[in-house]
Design a protein around this ligand. Structure first.
Ligand SMILES: NC(=O)c1ccc[n+]([C@@H]2O[C@H](COP(=O)([O-])OP(=O)(O)OC[C@H]3O[C@@H](n4cnc5c(N)ncnc54)[C@H](O)[C@@H]3O)[C@@H](O)[C@H]2O)c1
Length: 274
């Protein structure tokens, strides 16, 4: 059993930054031919300079025609597709009570967190079947796809739905030995969640203690899980959800005090006024 993608072709959506970029870089290190679908032209240029052998396509994964054209390019250049990472997803900065939400926000959150996975999977699955050797689809959800996030019900709903897509498709594609699994990240330093801006200055050490393993995520943490799911290391794993979360989901009622003790009581900072 090897951590090896030699001879395999891997498509990573949204690989111009953050988690997707790290996955593309780490897949390339273990031999994969890389294909990227990225909406941002400047990021595509940077990727072409860094990965000259890769197929870097400026594609909006929400657009059917663009995704289908990319599928044709992959078929023409490589004749196969072995790994698909549906990494695109975003909170879009939309938050607030559901009762005050706008219909255009429902559509936007659906488009960027779930609908594009239908678009990309529908286009790519026939090509993934073509080799007859099976393959791996990895869908990005979130820790918020497994708990209730107030004022972010729309995002929470569609991230939960990624579990449904993953489990249904895993059974449907099992006869073709195409495995379908999910990664659910806890807060990870990236372009859309820049920790230096999200956490007030001077509060990082306190925030880090809310995660049992003592820090927030780095994009490479997810690349490790993706390598497991993409390679034969996970040959008998399908329909599964890997939470890459520093123990946050399992132990988030408990947090560490400044003294390093565990508590499930609120940590009250400052002097109460009566
Ligand atoms: N970072 C976190 O804390 C966190 C937490 C939970 C879940 N996630 C999930 O992990 C995944 C990756 O998150 P990230 O923080 O690395 O993202 P990011 O915003 O840092 O990077 C996303 C990349 O996707 C590209 N992109 C955006 N829309 C696109 C489109 N329509 N078509 C093609 N490319 C597009 C962007 O240009 C960017 O390069 C997402 O699904 C996200 O919801 C992230």
């Amino acid at each position: 059993m090897r951590m090896d993608l030699n001879g395999k072709v891997a498509l990573v959506t949204g690989a111009g930054a953050g988690i997707g970029k790290s996955i593309a870089e780490e897949f390339a290190k273990i031999g994969a031919q890389i294909v990227v679908a990225e909406i941002d032209a400047a990021k595509c240029d940077a990727l072409r300079a860094a990965m000259p052998d890769a197929l870097i396509a400026e594609v909006d994964v929400r657009k059917v025609a663009e995704v289908e054209a990319l599928c044709d390019r992959i078929a023409e250049r490589f004749g196969r597709l072995d790994v698909l990472v549906n990494n695109v997803g975003h909170h879009l900065g939309i938050s607030g009570p559901l009762a005050e939400s706008r219909e255009e926000d429902w559509e936007a959150i659906y488009e960027i967190n779930l609908r594009h996975m239908f678009v990309v999977c529908r286009a790519m699955i026939p090509l993934m079947k073509r080799s007859g050797e099976g393959g791996s689809i990895i869908n990005f959800s979130s820790i918020e796809g497994f708990r209730g996030f107030p004022y972010n019900v729309l995002y929470t709903t569609f991230k939960h739905a990624v579990t449904g897509l993953t489990r249904g498709l895993a059974t449907e594609l099992a006869p073709d030995n195409i495995r379908v699994n999910l990664i659910g990240p806890e807060t990870t330093d990236s372009e859309q969640v820049p920790l230096d801006k999200v956490i007030p200055a001077g509060k990082r050490a306190i925030a880090d203690r809310s995660i049992p393993l003592g820090r927030f995520g780095r994009p490479q943490d997810h690349a490790g899980a993706a390598i497991f799911l993409a390679t034969e290391l996970s040959a008998w794993v399908t329909g599964s959800c890997i939470l890459v979360d520093g123990g946050g989901f399992n132990g988030n009622v408990f947090q560490r005090t400044p003294e390093g003790e565990w508590t499930n009581m609120p940590i009250v900072v400052g002097k109460a006024s009566i």
